[in-house]
Write a protein that binds this ligand. Structure first.
Ligand SMILES: *Cc1c(COP(=O)(O)O)cnc(C)c1O
Length: 375
């Protein structure tokens, strides 16, 4: 059993399934019995609900977060010869999508406090070839969108939001009524990888936008470049979301607010009870509502803490141990150690501890107790 005090995984997707098993099982059977396994009303219903949830006009289901970013870039015309700016500390998919459309990823250092791209470091990275910025709301914390939107408007650069970790996070820095991440830039890209705040039972993703033309283009790009069955207007791909995943995600979407609130409650409990200790905790800012996909503390004795927690049955993780500019896959771009000191330091010091809605207060307190023992 994963639910005991001394066996706490970093994420527990099965615990979430157990909590809503009946509804999930009934929904899966409904889809199986429908005989419709590609496209159709289940997918359309989830796209509609997700668009409404975010406050955007269009949502297009994709096969993953990675393909969502890729087709969003394609729809906005990004291709060979273009440069796309993105943070050095993110999951590799953000950069892969850029490379896969033939463009060049241009990395920018992060802010040591937010772990997101540092707005003041974007300017020096802009060139005549810069077509887009991909902002990543890392760990579920909205990035400094006001500054980034300003840069994009001034320089006429397309703004894509990588919301793979920020489903439901709200930013209040531009409109006081708040905007969900994904609804702020030109397009928002979501991943429903099982461990994300809104996770499928397999791979799935979504592109959202208010731009009708781009939405139409995305829909063609994910479905063999067609609007009609056997007329292929452009060269597309098969990057569709399954109606089975869509139907299951639609069930989970109804729980997302509650789950995100529980994550925030756990995060506050961690912060309140650990703030006297000598390491850096995530900050909760006045201008946003984070959704704590990941709760990462920052300490120069990371391995000792991880080891102590492991000995006590608590799993930890590192997001991410090697910044993208130093990944073997990106060697040809010519970056060197020292190019992005904040991202490199963060990669050495960040330590993710368990955070998910199904954690009990007792488990959270046990984790807190074991962390305190390290200091
Ligand atoms: C998970 C993730 C992705 C990719 O999503 P997939 O659905 O796994 O392809 C992209 N960007 C970030 C920041 C992620 O965390």
């Amino acid at each position: 059993m994963t639910n005991s005090k001394s066996n706490i995984p970093l994420v527990d997707t099965a615990a979430q399934y157990r909590a809503i098993k009946k509804e999930i099982d009934e929904t899966a059977i409904r889809v199986f019995e429908s005989g419709r396994y590609i496209g159709g009303p289940e997918l359309e219903a989830f796209e509609r609900d997700f668009a409404e949830y975010l406050g955007v006009k269009f949502a297009i289901g994709c096969s993953s977060g990675t393909t969502a970013i890729q087709v969003a870039l394609q729809a906005y015309g990004i291709s060979a010869g273009d440069e796309v700016i993105l943070p050095a500390n993110t999951f590799i998919a953000t950069a892969e999508a850029v490379s896969n459309v033939g463009a060049r990823p241009v990395f920018v250092d992060i802010d040591a406090e937010t772990n997101a791209i540092a707005p003041d470091k974007i300017h020096p990275a802009i060139s005549a070839k810069t077509k887009a910025i991909i902002v990543v709301h890392l760990f579920g914390q909205p990035a400094d969108m006001k500054s980034i939107v300003n840069i994009c408007q001034n320089k006429k650069i397309i703004l894509i939001e990588d919301c793979a970790q920020s489903h439901g996070a709200i930013y209040y820095g531009i409109k006081s009524s708040g905007q969900k991440t994904g609804s702020i830039g030109d397009a928002g890209c979501f991943s429903f990888f099982p461990a994300k705040n809104l996770g499928a039972f397999g791979d799935a993703g979504m592109v959202v936008t208010d731009d009708e033309k781009k939405a139409k283009l995305v829909r063609m790009l994910i479905n063999h470049g067609r609007e009609e069955k056997y007329t292929h207007d452009i060269i597309g791909n098969n990057f569709r979301m399954d109606p089975l995943q869509a139907a299951l995600l639609r069930v989970k979407l109804k729980k997302l607010e509650r789950w995100n609130d529980r994550r925030l409650e756990i995060a506050k409990r961690y912060i309140d009870t650990l703030k006297d200790l000598p390491f850096q905790l995530p900050k909760i800012y006045n201008d946003s509502k984070p959704v704590f996909h990941i709760f990462a503390i920052r300490t120069d004795v990371r391995s000792a803490v991880a080891e102590h927690l492991k000995k006590n049955g608590i799993q930890t993780g590192v997001h991410y141990p090697l910044p993208l500019h130093l990944q073997p896959a990106y060697k040809s771009l010519g970056y060197m150690p020292g190019d992005f000191p904040e991202a490199e330091q963060a990669a050495k010091e960040l330590l993710s501890i368990p955070i998910y809605p199904e954690l009990t207060n007792e488990q959270v307190d046990y984790i807190i107790e074991k962390i305190r023992e390290c200091f």
